[in-house]
Design a protein around this ligand. Sequence first.
Ligand code: OGA
Ligand code: MN
Length: 303
Amino acid sequence: MSVQAVNASTVTRTANRFKVRKLGDALGAEVLGVDMRHRLDPAAYQELHDIWMEHLVLVFPEQHVDDQQHVEFTRSFGEPEIFHQDIIRSKRVREIFRVSNVDEEGTLMPPDHPTARQVSLAQFWHTDSSYRAVPCTGALLHGIEVSRTGGETQFTNMYAVYDALPGALKKQVEGRRALHDFEFLQKQNKLKPLTDAERAAMPPVWQPMVRKHPVTGRKSLYISPIYNEDVQGMPRDEARALIAELAAFAGRPQFVYSHRWETDDVVLWDNRCTMHQVTSFEPTERRVMHRTTIVGDQPVIAG
Ligand code: OGA
Ligand code: MN
């Protein structure tokens, strides 16, 4: 067989592998043909990765996976992150980050439980692990017990947000850095203080407010309002006001896709060019979501 014939047949096979349906104008697509019980082979990975870069957020329905399979599938994309705080990290599978108001023994936590309180701060716009010197690439969230009273996960397209920023706001973020501090979350919300080891593991970092995506080359706004305590060269109250204004702009409906979960949906998102938040839900309702996080492969590139 000639090289050309081999290439042609490969293209035909990979082109038919997945079925893609756009979920909104801003971002998001449903992808059929993924079976997370198996690692992706290189050709499948390449095709899925291209789809991911195009749509930013992918929904894989009907994934009947356990935590170990979820972690193994994540390895197709990179190394799974191990979260630094034991009130969130699963005791059973340490690569699992528990976004849950139910403890690992299966008991619903009261809303004022320290873990439940920390998890509920995902109700504000953020992008994951932006407080690391090398933030994660993306994350895969598995809906195990999903909400019927709210609990939708909303994603915003930060490329589109950057492109649409009014001139005055754009001028304020160009060439600037914002401070991302995990502990800001604890301090602001009077959460359980970090242990010395947790604090030492996660010193605050200055990240560019405009970043260039290493794969697509596109520029996006890069903020993570729940962690942004300061903006370079600004008094703190002005910095917080700027972050709040940017967050409100980014949350406009034209930039957002809101996901209503079905059990065993798995959602993959790119933390380099999106933010997310969860809508509120009845605290008497159980909500159990397990996340894996893909360790980043390089520091943020200023855009
Ligand atoms: C997360 C997160 C929101 C949700 O998993 O990183 O913020 O909908 N989750 O649970
Ligand atoms: Mn999050």
